[in-house]
Design a protein around this ligand. Structure first.
Ligand SMILES: [Zn+2]
Ligand SMILES: [Zn+2]
Length: 338
């Protein structure tokens, strides 16, 4: 059955405005592109940063969404290795130039001329989308479409953040703090535990629901971000976009520990006395993902096995999904179903 001519989409016209429902033409796949019928699309905090104008210069009007699970509908010229009906995933990294110094050093996540899905390229808050086949991945079986969606950003970038915290075998048990227990954290906690790490979960003060959720996923301790953990941490990942968490996380580290900021945007980091960084503590960020990260994590997830907790919502309730994410009301990841 050929794709219809038009589709429903939720469109960002201008930063600071709610998304608008719209009827758009179904895009045509160009050379190296595939047309996908969207089955599910995860809602990520980065989407909120784009809507709020904290990430500047998006393509406008824009279809958000970079955790896309879809089925191949049609292939553009030159595409190999995909067939109609295949289930695939589209992540944030949508294009790299392949020629800049970073691409040549296998650090395409830092490419000088990248394009990102749901930012410079229309994404998955729609009935259909086109994607560059070189940045599209087969998805593991055993996950429903909605369950697979959060693997594609919360999972991938969460996993890259986890790798930046160092070797879990260097010390047993390696103690990992996670600040902000949302979609990325709920996946990373499972992988970390699988690697033999102890997970310490930090949430907004009084968020008993998030703390219970963390404990149910195997965290050995859950408390408020202002609390000191019962043990010094070897590493911490901050997924919340709150700069004030950086000094708190640094203070929770043992000597030589590392704090990884896993988000794309964060409020300002307050000034800190040098002594909380001293003794070879490290503070670093993580940017985007490489295709190697994607292949590695999508192979690893079903072996853990990572189980995702999702809140499916119809596509036309995208604004509500974003608002619930903003308010910290979601347990797990919101996923839009067109
Ligand atoms: Zn490049
Ligand atoms: Zn994301």
């Amino acid at each position: 059955m050929p794709a219809p001519k038009s589709m429903q989409a939720m469109v960002l016209d201008r930063a600071g405005r709610p998304l608008k429902p719209a009827e758009l033409p179904v895009p045509m796949p160009g050379p190296n592109q595939i047309l996908l019928k969207v089955a599910a699309c995860g809602v990520c905090r980065t989407d909120l940063h784009i809507v709020d104008g904290e990430l500047t210069h998006p393509k406008l009007p824009l279809v958000l969404g970079h955790e896309i699970v879809g089925r191949v509908e049609a292939l553009g010229a030159g595409v190999e290795g995909f067939a109609p009906g295949m289930r695939v995933g589209v992540p944030w990294l949508g294009y790299t130039d392949g020629t800049c110094s970073y691409c040549r050093e296998s650090r395409e996540n830092l490419c000088d001329h990248p394009r990102f899905t749901g930012y410079q390229i229309d994404g998955g808050y729609a009935g259909y989308t086109v994607a560059d086949a070189r940045y599209v991945f087969p998805l593991p079986e055993g996950y429903s479409d909605a369950e697979a969606a959060p693997l594609l950003c919360a999972g991938l970038i969460g996993y890259r953040s986890l790798k930046m915290t160092g070797d879990p075998q260097a010390r047993t048990p390696a103690r990992l703090g996670i600040y902000g227990f949302g979609a990325a954290a709920h996946i990373v906690a499972q992988v970390a535990r699988h690697q033999g790490r102890e997970v310490y979960a930090f949430t907004r003060a009084g968020d008993a629901k998030a703390q219970e959720f963390a404990l149910s996923l195997g965290a050995v301790w859950a408390g408020s971000s202002e609390e000191r953990p019962p043990q010094e941490l070897d590493a911490a990942i901050i997924f919340a976009s709150v700069g004030a968490l950086v000094p708190l996380a640094l203070k929770a580290l043992r000597k030589g520990g590392v704090v990884v900021c896993g988000g794309i945007h964060m409020s300002d980091i307050p000034s800190v006395p040098y002594e909380i960084l001293w003794e070879e503590r490290v503070l670093r960020s993580v940017a985007n993902l490489t295709r190697a990260d994607a292949r590695e994590f999508l192979a690893l997830a079903p072996t853990v096995p990572v189980q995702t907790t999702v809140v499916p919502m119809p596509l036309n309730r995208a604004n509500e999904a974003l608002e619930r994410l903003r308010q910290g009301e979601l347990t797990g990841a919101a996923v839009l179903i067109p």
